[in-house]
Design a protein around this ligand. Sequence first.
Ligand SMILES: Nc1ncnc2c1ncn2[C@@H]1O[C@H](COP(=O)(O)OP(=O)(O)O)[C@@H](O)[C@H]1O
Ligand SMILES: [Mg+2]
Length: 236
Amino acid sequence: MFSNEPVVRVKDACIFQETNTILSDLNFEIEKGEFVFLIGRTGSGKSSLLKTLYADLPLRMGHIDIAGITIENIKNSEIPFLRRKLGIVFQDFQLFTDRSVAENLLFVLKATGWKDSGKMKNRLSEVLMRVGLGAIGNKMPHQLSGGEQQRVVVARALLNEPVLLLADEPTGNLDPEVAEGIFKLFQEINKSGTTVLMATHNHNFLKHHHQYRVLKCEKTKLIDSKETPIDINSVY
Ligand SMILES: Nc1ncnc2c1ncn2[C@@H]1O[C@H](COP(=O)(O)OP(=O)(O)O)[C@@H](O)[C@H]1O
Ligand SMILES: [Mg+2]
């Protein structure tokens, strides 16, 4: 992949859930290093769009490339290769509750082909440092606050140095101040070069960060702030 290629390229795509059209005529690109908000009412298709990008919802119409990988007709055997280029963060923390933080992270490293235990240990401390957590590897998830658990999830998403971080309402279950901290973390990750696409309902993020591009799902269309001004006050 050439470094000036867009990280996300969507051409004439339609997204369906069963027989319902959720989003149609999707045409957009996301360049390397962009930070993009994905907004829209509940049920407008944010999660469906993100699921399509990480190949959880098959693309039935149109073309999508993610980090140089073509999503339409992607084979099941190629999906792990795609997922390794992505970091994915959901609203619910989805840590294994019966394993320590370190075991949660090691599980992902092993599942994605890491073998050398020294290197794995180093990577583990690197990502935990990166999200502002020090030596918590031996803790169990329930010993951490919600914000700390979500930081571990972000650390897990960073393990394989993703080119694109997809986040689906990552602060939806957090108190406002804690949510702000997680948002700042995403900003820092973005500043260091990772492209971020974040679905959010958090009005404050949008209000205070006009510099970022906004994609809005509305009545089966995707409105792009690059082309059409978006009134964020009318979203919710
Ligand atoms: N697994 C599914 N099967 C059928 N319909 C679904 C499924 N997931 C979502 N939908 C429908 O697709 C539409 C978009 O949902 P979703 O993408 O979750 O929106 P958002 O994330 O913006 O709330 C909704 O009408 C929802 O009911
Ligand atoms: Mg959703």
